[in-house]
Design a protein around this ligand. Structure first.
Ligand SMILES: [Zn+2]
Length: 66
């Protein structure tokens, strides 16, 4: 089961191919090359990356979670 690296919530919804949304902390997660990318959705709808806040280890995901 996919777990949000930011808030550890398992309340993750799928919003597109390899794109997910965390309902725990309202961030967007995308999955590529066995790594999760995290984005915060701003009020104007733009995305700002949160990847800098996490280590590679925290963002790594083997894909079996999905
Ligand atoms: Zn979260």
């Amino acid at each position: 089961m996919l777990k949000c690296p930011n808030c550890n919530s398992k309340d993750i919804g799928k919003i597109g191919p390899e794109q997910y949304y965390c309902w725990g902390c309202f961030i967007e997660l995308s999955y590529k090359d066995e790594m999760l990318s995290l984005h915060q959705v701003e009020e104007d709808g733009s995305l700002s990356s949160l990847d800098d806040l996490f280590t590679d280890e925290e963002r790594k995901c083997d894909g079996a979670s999905f």
